[in-house]
Design a protein around this ligand. Structure first.
Ligand SMILES: [Zn+2]
Length: 347
């Protein structure tokens, strides 16, 4: 889930490009094409990019693994006579990796990912293999969720495999600060953390173009979550540590994000995203003047009504902010008599 953040309209400027309709390619720079795939969520689309690579194309991200996405890809391949040479996936979320297996298999093209993203994707899709759901239940209970909510959430587990096609059993590793050649250009791998474990962003110095994935988005704030797998994680700290590096790129860098519109104004956007989280942290410190569970903090962080899909991410986002304050020494965290975490601001 993502969160709306008011963009500074005078400085965050969408590139002057018409939106590509479904199955169409929009050239955003010489030999770089933008396309959109539908998503069955509130956030109803993902941006993908194709970059000319010799006589083929490198795909950056792949769309969610549904028949709809497959049909659109097939239509693109036949209409534009395109062959893929590389499948590059920024991170392991299903809208990014979903069709990687299909595309890699179809063209016998290598899959490029960072190591953490590749293996976390493999692990999540492989599922729990019958391991107990105790950790998930304990996490949701500690976050203050009701027994009814927890039972419902447990019955809906394991859906991710349905929207991720079988992941190739081998990959090529993207390393921090290494470069990948695509056509005549070099793209440097910049790692973002917090939204996912080792998210790859790609920067082309010659073109001053950043493919930012979900790490830097316009209009919306990437979800920063702490989940049941590692409930003591400090994901927000990882995110805030890996955002400022993008201010070292030129101010007029063109940013090609995974959602919403390509834009310029990268430095301003980084500042806005940091300010957005700082404002959430300040809100929580005030709200937790008296002890609160994670669940009791959600209403002050998210003004809109949360459906079950969004609730899963909202809990994780709430805990990410509360854990951050706990590790900063600004919040205490104790278990109450119901084994729920209660957070209280330290004054
Ligand atoms: Zn993502």
């Amino acid at each position: 889930m993502t969160d709306p953040v008011e963009a500074n309209v005078s400085e965050i400027i969408p590139l002057d490009l018409a939106l590509p309709s479904t199955g169409q390619l929009r050239e955003v720079d010489a030999d770089i094409f933008w396309l959109r795939m539908p998503l069955p969520f509130d956030l109803d689309h993902i941006n993908l990019y194709l970059i000319k690579d010799g006589d083929g194309y490198a795909a950056i991200d792949t769309g969610i693994g549904t028949n709809t996405t497959e049909l659109i890809w097939d239509q693109i391949f036949s209409e534009f006579n395109i062959r893929l040479s590389k499948i590059i996936v920024t991170h392991m979320h299903p809208d990014h990796i979903g069709m990687a297996g299909y595309l890699s298999e179809r063209f016998k093209a290598p899959l490029y990912m960072t190591m953490s993203e590749y293996f976390v994707a493999r692990a999540i899709v492989a599922g729990g293999r019958g391991a107990s759901d105790w950790h998930d239940r304990d996490y949701l209970n500690k976050c203050g969720m009701s027994e009814e909510y927890i039972n419902n959430a447990m019955s809906g587990r394991g859906g991710i495999g349905k929207v991720v096609r079988p992941i190739p059993l081998g990959f090529k590793r993207l390393n921090a600060d290494s470069c990948i050649s695509i056509g005549d250009y070099q793209w440097r791998i910049m790692i973002g953390r917090g939204h996912s474990p080792e998210h790859a962003c790609l920067y082309c110095e010659d073109k001053k173009i950043l493919i930012s994935g979900d790490h830097v988005l316009p209009n919306i704030s990437p979800n920063i979550g702490v989940y049941s797998t590692e409930p003591d994680a400090n994901a927000l700290n990882l995110y805030l540590q890996t955002l400022p590096q993008f201010k070292a790129l030129p101010a007029d860098t063109q940013v090609l994000p995974s959602h919403k519109l390509p834009f310029t104004g990268l430095h301003t956007r980084v500042d806005e995203l940091i300010a957005h989280h700082q404002s959430h942290l300040a809100t929580l410190l005030t709200h937790c003047a008296t002890p609160k569970t994670v669940e009791q903090c959600l209403a002050v962080l998210f003004k809109r009504k949360l459906n079950p899909h969004n609730m899963f991410f909202a809990i994780a986002e709430g805990l990410a902010h509360l854990n951050y304050l706990y590790y900063e020494g600004k919040m205490s965290r104790e278990l109450n008599s119901h084994s729920q975490w209660v957070f209280k601001a330290i004054v």
